[in-house]
Structure formats: structure tokens, C-alpha cells
Design a protein around this ligand. Structure first.
Ligand code: UGA
Length: 430
């Protein structure tokens, strides 16, 4: 997220210094290489480097840092063994920055945080720097896969401030975006912190809502895809984030709803967001559902070859954090299947982060003698597959459609038995 924000700021014409603690990532960035897959971002980085708008420095080189505004973009991952978010990287960043912070400079947090974190960081920064700092909270709403576009053309910009200087500088920073008519909301800091977790909780709730409908549809002989379309025409409901399937993953939605529950509990209002535990549970059940379907169709999975198409938590990303695809590959393996994972972009990450999983470089190689294919990440490459050609390679033409993204009729016409999550299974499969 930091790299995207840095490039976006440079694209807006600001002079940007990106601080990166990891030496490999730093070298990549200095050479114009984004150390993760994000469409269009490498080109944009090279452009702003060539224009002289951006440089990158290690985190031990803050002395030479002369900036009007410092954005905090470090991660707040789930703490191991807990639902809470780890805000330690933010505290480290603030401590490192404090000795070199100019009194008139603004520190703007972008990370997703438990409400109250900014207050804690302000106190820490004040103690370390020896003056009352200008600290603001400026949540970001970018999605992986469209990160730069989301940064440059956001739905809205939200800033939480409690001093005029912060508001003034942040208004200047985003002026070229707000001049285009983008809503600019100036609110208090706790609300700004909450806006982000509330937005992600709402999105997670929408997805789990349609997945809960899918659970019902599957046993009632109904179709959750048609149901989503029908309710989505109601503008109050809307048709976005109503795609049922194997559920949400990634570095944001799962950990954000858990961190929200943990924080609400600390604040004594755990009950208010207790429903998020169900949102999480519905989401995780969809992963088990794929294994249940495979077992129902194939009997024991012992020795059966199952191909998982897609490893990333969503297409156009190589991010494997809490990926439902990886979780399903693991569950199928645990159930005895011989699992092969394919992904157009993220196989290097799979081999590095999940070395116990077998991977294959092409769908054709992976599909050879397979007993079932599972569509887990809806990459365009999979939508373009020729079901007849793939059908000639496999042992059983069984497709478990985990994303409702493929042209089912085409697969059926090529002789495949298709079980699509949340759909009227018998009707679809005939
Ligand atoms: C999410 C939010 O959408 C962003 O607004 C937010 O800024 C970001 O988290 C963040 O906190 O930084 P992201 O994690 O990139 O963005 O991905 P999403 O597009 O939200 O997708 C999340 C997961 O939900 C994916 O696994 C996707 O496959 C799944 N999903 C999405 C569904 O299962 N059904 C849907 O209808 C939509």
C-alpha cells in the first residue's frame, strides 16, 4: 500500500521520498520494480522516477528527511494467537521519525487501525519529539488489482484532523483530485479510524450475506446467482460485492473484521459487532463446502488428483494472504487428495510461502489425469479456457465452480459435470 501511495503522490506532481525497511524491496523500488504484482504500477513507478518526482531510502536514513508531510503506510497484520491488530510497526515508525520531525510538519496515518490508535501515537510522538505534533488520519480505500486507479480516482477522500495545519496540508496534497469533484470529508480522528474498519466490515458482511443465501439455495434447489441479480436491482441494495463463492480473503477484510471485534471488546461494546463472528464463520464454511462437494462427487479423496485453479486471494494480484484458494488446497490435501495448484502469476509465491503444495506451470500440465478441477480464483485465463481441450486431458470431467465466473453452459456442452457454489446444483449439472 505504501508503494502505491508513494507512486500516486508522485503522479500528482509531489516530491516523494519512500522509506523502505526491507533491503530487497528497497533495491527493487530504486530500480523501478514494484516488489509485488499490481497491474500498471511498475510503469507508473518508472515514469515518476524518470520525471525525478520520487526517490527511495532505507529506514535508517531518516536524518536527511526534510518533508512537510509524512504518511504512515506500514502494515497492521493480525497478531498471532489473537484477533487484535498488531500496531507495533506504527509505533516503531513513529519512534524512528520523532527525532527528525519538524514542528510544522504533518504526520498522516494511512494504515487500517483499531479506533484510538491515533491518540496513542500522538502521545508517543509528543513524548519522543518533545512537542505537540500535527497528527491526522487519512484512511485509504484502494483495492488490490486496481490500486493506482483507486488512489488517483477515489470515491472519496477522508481526513480525520484536530488541527488546522493538518487540514490545510492535506487539502493541498489532494487538491488535483478534489478539483475533479471528488468528495473530501474532514472529520474527527476517531471517526476517520472507524470509517475504514466500518467500510471493510460492511463489504465483508455483504459477501457473507450472499454466501449465507447460497448455503440456503444449495439445499432449497434455488440459485444464489439469480437471487443476487434480482435483489441487486434494488438500488438500496446494489449489485456489487454480491458474488457468492468461496468467500473473501486477503490481507484486509478477514483481519479487519477480527481486529474490529477485538477492539470493540476492549471498549466494552463487543456485543455491537458480535455479528462479525458469524460473517467470519459463514466465510470459512464456504471453504469446507468445496471439500464436501468433492467428497460427495468422488467418494474418498484418497489418491484423487484435484487441480486448484488460482492461488491468489483475487485475480490481478499475487497476494496469498488468507487466500481461500490456498486454504481449499490445504483442506483437500488434508482429506487425502493429491492436489496440484496453478496460478498465472503467483506460483513463485506459492512455492516460497507454501512449499508443501505441488504446483504446475500450465493448466494443461496440471489437468493431466485430474479427477476434478476447482475454480478458486477467477483469472481471465480460466474464463478463456477451452473446456473441450481441457476435457481431453482429465480423467473425470468434474468442475467445482467456486467463483461463478466461468461460462457454465459451455463447460456442460463439452461434457463436464459442473457443480457451482450456491447454484441450483441439479439444474445446473443436467
Ligand atoms: C479491500 C476493500 O475492498 C478495499 O476498499 C480496501 O481499501 C482494502 O480491502 C484495504 O483494506 O486495504 P482488497 O482486499 O484488495 O480490498 O479486495 P476486495 O476486492 O475487497 O476483495 C476481497 C475478497 O473478497 C477477495 O477474496 C474477493 O474474491 C472476495 N469477494 C469480493 C467475493 O467473494 N465476492 C464479491 O462479491 C466480492
Amino acid at each position: 500500500m505504501g508503494a502505491t501511495h508513494a507512486v500516486a503522490m508522485a503522479e500528482l506532481g509531489h516530491e516523494v521520498i519512500g522509506i523502505e525497511a526491507n533491503p530487497d524491496r528497497l533495491r527493487d523500488l530504486q530500480n523501478g520494480v514494484i516488489p509485488f504484482f499490481e497491474p500498471g504500477l511498475d510503469e507508473a513507478l518508472q515514469k515518476v522516477i524518470a520525471a525525478g518526482n520520487i526517490t527511495f531510502k532505507p529506514d535508517h536514513d531518516l536524518e536527511s528527511l526534510e518533508a512537510d508531510i509524512h504518511f504512515l503506510c506500514v502494515g497492521t497484520p493480525q497478531l498471532p494467537g489473537s484477533y487484535a491488530a498488531n500496531t507495533g510497526y506504527l509505533r516503531d515508525a513513529v519512534k524512528a521519525l520523532a527525532p527528525f520531525l519538524r514542528e510544522d510538519a504533518v504526520v498522516a496515518g494511512k494504515s487500517t487501525v483499531p479506533v484510538g490508535t491515533a491518540q496513542e501515537l500522538t502521545a508517543l510522538l509528543a513524548a519522543e519529539a518533545g512537542f505537540a505534533p500535527h497528527l491526522a488520519w487519512n484512511p485509504e480505500f484502494l483495492r488490490e488489482g486496481t490500486a493506482l486507479e483507486d488512489s488517483l480516482r477515489p470515491d472519496r477522500i477522508v481526513i480525520g484532523v484536530n488541527d488546522a495545519r493538518s487540514e490545510e496540508l492535506l487539502r493541498q496534497v489532494y487538491k488535483s483530485i478534489t478539483d475533479l469533484g471528488t468528495p473530501f470529508l474532514v472529520i474527527d480522528i476517531p471517526t476517520a479510524e472507524l470509517v475504514k474498519v466500518a467500510a471493510n466490515s460492511f463489504l465483508a458482511t455483504k459477501i457473507s450475506f450472499i454466501n449465507a443465501m447460497a448455503e440456503v439455495a444449495e439445499v432449497a434447489g434455488a440459485d444464489a446467482v439469480q437471487l443476487a441479480e434480482a435483489i441487486g436491482y434494488d438500488e438500496r441494495i446494489g449489485n456489487k460485492f454480491l458474488r457468492n463463492g468461496i468467500g473473501f480473503g486477503g490481507g484486509c477484510l478477514p483481519k479487519d473484521i477480527r481486529a474490529f471485534m477485538a477492539r470493540a471488546e476492549e471498549l466494552g461494546v463487543g456485543k455491537a459487532v458480535e455479528f462479525l463472528a458469524d460473517i467470519d464463520a459463514v466465510n470459512l464454511r464456504r471453504r469446507d463446502r468445496v471439500v464436501e462437494i468433492a467428497q460427495r462427487e468422488l467418494g474418498s479423496l484418497q489418491g484423487k488428483k484435484v487441480v486448484v485453479l488460482g492461488a491468489a486471494f483475487k485475480p490481478n494480484s499475487d497476494d496469498l494472504r488468507d487466500s481461500p484458494s490456498i486454504a481449499i488446497a490445504d483442506l483437500l490435501k488434508k482429506a487425502g487428495a493429491s492436489v496440484v495448484v496453478h496460478d498465472p502469476i503467483s506460483l513463485a509465491n506459492v512455492n516460497k510461502q507454501h512449499p508443501h503444495l505441488t504446483t504446475e506451470q500450465s493448466v494443461e500440465l496440471a489437468a493431466k489425469d485430474a479427477d476434478a478441477l476447482v475454480l478458486a480464483t477467477e483469472w481471465q485465463e480460466y474464463r478463456n479456457l477451452d473446456p473441450a481441450a481441457i476435457g481431453s486431458l482429465v480423467k473425470h470431467k468434474l468442475l467445482i465452480e467456486g467463483r461463478n465466473a466461468l461460462p457454465v453452459e459451455k463447460w456442460q456442452a463439452a461434457g463436464w459435470r459442473v457443480i457451482a457454489l450456491g447454484r441450483n446444483l441439479e439444474a445446473v449439472a443436467q
